[in-house]
Ligand binder design. Structure first.
Ligand code: NAG
Ligand code: NAG
Length: 204
């Protein structure tokens, strides 16, 4: 099963009115980074930190952190609130604790893995600097930048079934189990410590 099936599930949820924010501040002990953090009812956590100057006017980098129960096959994060035409981060679960992959279906998104990436008996934790996660080219070919001063709809999907071929970024998904969405506070994810956080958490 490929992107189309995930898309259908998420689009069905799109279009509801903006409600209250679903994120709150979280200080990560491993990195010292203060994120705006959302944990789904399924126990997957999605965190973001932005540079202080982030707005909708110019592209900017973000630091993202995802914490996923190891029993999950994969978890995805859709940056435009739906699974098509915008960047998507996938973290493959580590049923055997052997490694992780972040395939890039969107060629323009680049990840630099930071400290704060690890796995233990219960959770996989992934932390990365991402260039190109918060901006993309939309369906009509127009550049789109998430307004870093506001809030935004994100969507997630995950599966308890591992991907068919983890080493291949183009691999099909087995069965997508669950999709959902949340409203992330980007304005309060901004910090003038952003550059310092990147520097101190970039592995030598
Ligand atoms: C873990 O999964 C990888 C990728 O599928 C495989 O190559 C490796 O042999 C597995 N390791 C164990 C201990 O099962
Ligand atoms: C395993 O990792 C998760 C995520 O980082 C953390 O919340 C949890 O406390 C860790 N468990 C143990 C036993 O260290």
């Amino acid at each position: 099963m490929k992107w189309s099936a995930v898309t259908a599930g998420v689009i069905g949820l799109a279009g509801s009115a903006l409600a209250q924010l679903d994120t709150s501040p979280f200080v990560d002990a491993d990195t010292g980074i203060t994120f705006q953090s959302y944990t789904s009812t399924d126990g997957i956590t999605y965190r973001l930190a932005l540079p202080a100057e982030a707005t909708g006017d110019a592209a900017y980098d973000v630091i993202l952190q995802v914490v996923v129960p190891v029993e999950l096959g994969w978890a995805g994060w859709a940056w435009g609130g739906a699974m098509t035409y915008n960047p998507l981060t996938i973290n493959f679960g580590l049923t055997n604790y052997s490694g992780y992959y972040v395939p890039g279906p969107y060629e323009d998104a680049k990840y630099t893995v930071l400290k704060g990436t690890s796995v233990n008996e219960t959770h996989f934790k992934f932390t990365a600097l991402c260039t190109g996660c918060a901006s993309w080219t939309d369906f009509d070919g127009n550049p789109y930048i998430l307004n870093g001063a506001g809030d935004t709809n994100f969507a997630y999907a995950y599966s308890a079934t591992p991907v068919e071929e983890p080493a291949n970024p183009e691999t099909g998904f087995s069965i997508h189990d669950t999709v959902g969405r949340w409203i992330h506070d980007l304005g309060n994810a901004r910090s003038d410590k952003f550059k310092e956080w990147v520097t101190t958490n970039t592995p030598a």
